[in-house]
Design a protein around this ligand. Structure first.
Ligand code: G3H
Ligand code: 13P
Ligand code: ZN
Length: 327
């Protein structure tokens, strides 16, 4: 089973009222962490590669082959997605390399330019059966080392035309989350009314939430207690992320909490075990902390744990199911 096209995953998530967790991976341990978590939680999962990870791994083809080889023996369904592709060329390369799903991020463009770019990507992707996630509105926070103050909530009146014209398969919306958190006194909130309107205007269509990590302060406490100097950032707390799943959100991207869990565990281990020099000892501790955080997201936030049933996939395996028809 393991590798499946995204359509069936989105359809099940939408119908059954949970979301797919999408987690960025960048090395062997992070892939193990996410796949092991999915297997233990009996949950479908989306494994993502960001532009930053692409730079870090160096050879995208080899990394993608590794991902597929590691996912294939699993029982639970896995989809491999390229997060935040910046332009048509990057999308084309990712599609040609063998990703079954990609995101084209035209969120910084004007409405019409965004539609034109997504449509061009979708025409190429759909020919090859590849799923296209687009974004309308834009989130504040970090993307590829740049901090953007830009916070443009998605306008519910625009989403119908955007989806129809661009022919995207899922839509990332800006409704209150941020990438990696922002410096603020208060937690951020989701504009539930806006999300409800977006959802009403796109019945049956899967929405995506980026910046879904809640930046749990206990990890930052641990990191800083053991010598770190990580800044406290605010994002949307987990109970509110969980609420969005009832309003058409079918995919939630969450990274920073996993990264903080990984870093906190390694800092603590190294401080408490100063004689250890074998990297396998401390990277294993980091990997397990990453895995436990992903398991927590699946069971307590996006509610995908225990949803996998082999029989659900038997007849549709490998088929891409679109949840809306475009003209
Ligand atoms: O939205 C997520 C960011 O694009 C992740 O990028 O892996 O380069 O930190 P990064
Ligand atoms: P966070 O780590 O802030 O949740 O962002 C993840 C994300 O949106 C990746 O695309
Ligand atoms: Zn994102």
């Amino acid at each position: 089973m393991a590798l499946v096209k995204p359509g069936i995953l989105f359809q099940k998530a939408y119908q059954e009222g949970y979301a797919l967790g999408a987690f960025n991976v960048f090395n062997l341990e992070s892939v193990q962490a996410v796949l092991r978590a999915a297997q233990m939680e009996r949950s479908a999962v989306i494994v993502q590669v960001s532009m930053g990870a692409r730079k870090y791994v160096g050879d995208l083809d080899i990394f993608l082959r590794l991902l597929k080889m590691m996912a294939e023996p699993l029982e639970v369904p896995v989809c491999i997605h390229h997060d935040h592709c910046t332009d048509f060329e990057i999308c084309k390369q990712s599609i040609d390399a063998g990703f079954s799903s990609i995101m084209i991020d035209g969120s910084k463009l004007t409405f019409k330019e965004n539609i034109r770019l997504v449509r061009k990507v979708a025409d190429y992707a759909h020919e090859k059966g590849v799923w296209v996630e687009a974004e309308l509105g834009s989130l504040p926070g970090f993307e590829d080392d740049f901090f953007s103050e830009d916070n443009q909530y998605t306008n519910p009146d625009d989403v119908g035309e955007f989806v129809r014209e661009s022919t995207c398969d899922s839509l990332a919306v800006a409704v209150g989350t941020s990438h990696g958190g922002v410096k603020a006194d208060q937690d951020l909130k989701i504009d539930m009314e806006r999300l409800q309107k977006i959802s009403n205007n796109l019945p049956g269509f899967p929405l995506v939430l980026h910046g879904g990590a809640s930046i749990t302060s206990s990890y930052i406490d641990t990191i800083n207690h053991y010598g770190g100097k990580v800044e406290y950032m605010k994002n949307v707390p987990e109970p509110l992320i969980r609420e969005t799943v009832k309003l058409g959100v079918c995919k939630v991207n969450m990274d920073v909490d996993n990264f903080n869990a990984y870093t906190a565990a390694i800092r603590r281990y190294m401080t408490e075990n100063p004689a250890i020099y074998d990297p396998r000892k401390y990277t294993a501790v980091g990997r397990d902390a990453f895995m436990n955080e992903v398991r927590h997201k699946m069971s307590e936030v996006i509610l995908s744990s225990g949803r996998y049933k082999a029989s659900d996939y038997a007849k549709d395996l490998g088929k891409s199911i679109r949840t809306v028809d475009h003209d």
